[in-house]
Design a protein around this ligand. Structure first.
Ligand SMILES: Nc1ncnc2c1ncn2[C@@H]1O[C@H](COP(=O)(O)OP(=O)(O)O)[C@@H](O)[C@H]1O
Ligand SMILES: [Mg+2]
Length: 359
């Protein structure tokens, strides 16, 4: 069993609360992504699992075992850092082997070590480079050496701290796929930290969204995308981000169908919200707006061609909105005033005070 669980875990550095009352269960063999902006406590959470930071309050378990006071070397985990420092004077082979040599547990015999290095090198397509030094490899190959070094010990849990952020965009996409394949093949638990919501969406079994040290929402990527729990998650997940505007729920029967009144027009509501709130924040994803509709009125500021689709940037009151348009549809002109149609069923409503989602 290699589940990992945080039970009301808090980590403080002096006056700074880096992780605030975190309760999270990472299931055995799950690919869990901790997602949030820089400084939200992701690295600190990982370092507590690794045993590199102490736990201030709460309980941390790996499998059934409470590990608050267990030495880092006795936790059966491997961590890959953003700045993976390889030994420059050693060959790739020696670099991959190093965790098996520098162990305070019984060191595997030379033949066993060689077999494990070969296996790790095969998994990461590094066999042709085993006799090179890190300086003779590309950035992507060096990153794969760091991953091979992490798997050579065959740990139960892998911790990865933004391991792709030093790679260029194309290599990042490719390595993303390789990591997911690696996870399937190793049948181990992965806990992966990133600030990049695309990485989270594409790789995770479940995403845990964190802001200011606090867990905001946890769930499968599509569920988090479809039903963000609050304004933070709504704004953080999705690219381009969800369009937002303040409005008032108009319940007067004389005004016609139920709707949200905003500065740029009225958004029809298919069902009454489960709240008596008058003021709300309405959120609409770029793919749920239709150019040529008549619910809202905006001004076109720019048109971004992406080949397979188009992003129409609009001024919507004080905000900038993005409308996603298929490439074959006619593009609007910059400066034009256009109408937008909204499918009420895809509308998100939030409480402006608590910032929580309204059902
Ligand atoms: N060793 C430390 N001493 C003091 N403050 C720290 C230390 N490590 C992290 N912090 C603070 O804890 C917060 C969370 O940091 P971190 O876990 O590195 O965030 P992230 O990885 O999400 O960018 C930040 O405010 C950071 O400045
Ligand atoms: Mg970090």
């Amino acid at each position: 069993m290699s589940s990992v669980s945080f039970d009301h875990v808090t980590k403080r550095f002096g006056d700074t609360t880096a992780v605030d009352d975190l309760t999270l269960e990472v299931a055995d063999r799950e690919f869990m992504v901790l997602l949030g902006p820089s400084g939200c406590g992701k690295t600190t959470a990982l370092r507590m699992i690794a045993g590199l930071e102490s736990v201030t309050e709460g309980e941390l378990r790996i499998g059934e075992r409470r590990v608050n006071d267990v030495d880092a070397r006795d936790r059966d985990i491997s961590m890959v850092f953003q700045s993976y420092a390889l030994y420059p004077h050693m060959t790739v082979r020696k670099n991959i082997e190093s965790p098996l040599v520098a162990t305070r547990h019984a060191r595997p015999a030379a033949a066993e070590r060689a077999a494990r290095v070969r296996e790790a090198a095969d998994v990461l397509d590094l066999a042709p480079y085993l006799d090179r030094k890190p300086g003779e490899l590309s950035g992507g190959q060096r990153q794969r050496v760091a991953l091979a070094r992490a798997i050579v010990r065959r740990p139960q849990v892998f911790l990865m701290d933004e391991p792709l952020s030093n790679l260029d965009a194309k290599l990042r996409t490719q390595t993303r796929l390789e990591l997911v394949e690696l996870w399937r093949r190793l049948e181990a638990t992965f806990i992966y930290v990133t600030h990049d919501q695309v990485e989270a969406m594409t790789m995770a079994s479940r995403i845990a969204v964190i802001a200011d040290g606090r867990l905001q929402q946890v769930g499968p990527p599509q569920a988090v995308y479809d039903r963000p729990a609050n304004l933070f998650v709504a704004g953080f997940i999705g690219s381009p981000p969800m369009n937002m505007i303040a409005g008032e729920v108009d319940r007067s029967p004389l005004a016609g169908p139920l709707r949200v009144r905003t500065a740029i027009g009225n958004i029809p509501l298919p069902t009454p919200p489960t709240t008596n709130l008058h003021s709300v924040v309405a959120g609409i994803r770029p793919e749920h707006l239709r150019l040529g509709g008549s619910d809202l009125s905006v001004e076109v500021l720019n048109v971004e061609q992406l080949g397979h689709e188009r992003h129409v940037i609009c001024r919507a009151g004080d905000a900038r909105w993005v409308v996603r348009q298929a490439a074959h549809e006619p593009a609007p002109a910059v400066g034009e005033r256009v109408g937008l149609g909204v499918d009420g069923a895809s509308l998100h409503l939030f409480d402006p005070t608590s910032t929580e989602r309204i059902a």
